[in-house]
Design a protein around this ligand. Structure first.
Ligand code: COA
Length: 237
């Protein structure tokens, strides 16, 4: 178990009536028996997002892929036995998607069909995911992921943070910063120099957070901003 070495160790902080003893916050990789809780946290933290509308069962299959996986990993922050935040990412985003779709194709397909029948957000946005649907279909049949082009929204097979979130009552306490740092250290120790992520342009809180963590904007489109943390550049400067 990795414990946080918070600068603000033992400082009590009031955040929406929560008193948080930072020495009690622990970071560790999440376990298989916790993927449902992480999925539930994801859906609570990102209620408007397309993937959340596909439901907790869909998200649990997604987060299961980070457990015991040599190239992908996920950490949770735990406080008094409660999971209060998480980060998940992969060294190889295309391989991650290929494996996710290949291993879970039938279950994911059924959950998408259920979403199409029951959820307007899924119905309205499914066309924008057509590249993912094609990628998933090809992943089912092909063992060689290099034959597949990247789905839209994942422009290159890069090392990426795929999700990070902290429960609202535990925000602005340094928890996401520690989660991101833990993930980045793990990835950099494996020899990967550059980590990327994308954020919605309207998500100003997250953008301020990535800037505060020293990440640099790499590209910008109408629908997303790409940030990166490049260790080789950081080391030189
Ligand atoms: C973005 C998020 C993960 C930040 O988590 P957090 O635990 O509150 O972040 P931290 O406490 O580690 O923040 C560290 C610093 O980042 C900056 N920061 C974080 N959130 C910020 C916000 N909403 N507005 C402005 N600056 C912010 C601050 O400089 C902060 O330091 P300070 O509190 O001493 O000023 C959290 O707000 C969240 O879960 N948001 C919803 C999910 C989301 O949008 N995830 C990102 C998707 S790309």
């Amino acid at each position: 178990m990795i414990e946080c070495e918070y600068d603000r160790t033992n400082v009590e902080h009031t955040c929406e009536q929560e008193l948080v003893d930072f020495s009690m916050v622990k970071l560790r990789p999440f376990r298989e028996d916790e993927v449902v809780k992480v999925a539930a946290m994801h859906c609570d933290i990102f209620p408007e997002y397309f993937l959340s509308h596909l439901g907790q069962s869909f998200m649990a299959l997604f987060y299961r892929e980070f457990v015991d996986n040599g190239q992908s990993c996920g950490y949770v922050a735990e406080y008094n036995g409660e999971l209060i935040g998480f980060v998940a990412g992969t060294e190889q985003s295309l391989l991650f998607l290929h494996q996710l779709y290949k291993r879970n194709f039938m279950r994911l397909a059924l959950l998408v069909m259920y979403g199409l029948l029951t959820d307007q957000v899924v119905r309205h946005n499914i066309r924008k995911r057509s590249a993912h649907l094609r990628f998933a279909w090809r992943a089912l049949w092909k063992s060689n992921r290099s034959e597949d082009g990247p789905p839209k929204g994942l422009s290159s097979p890069s090392c990426s943070v795929l999700a990070i979130g902290v429960k609202p009552q535990f925000r602005r306490l340094g928890i996401a910063e520690k989660l991101l740092s833990e993930f980045s250290t793990h990835i950099h120790q494996k020899g990967v120099q550059k980590i990327s992520l994308t954020v919605l342009p309207e998500n100003t809180g997250a953008i301020a957070f990535y800037r505060k963590c020293g990440w640099h904007q790499e590209s910008h489109s109408a629908t997303s901003i790409k940030y990166c943390n490049n260790m080789s550049i950081n080391e030189k400067s």
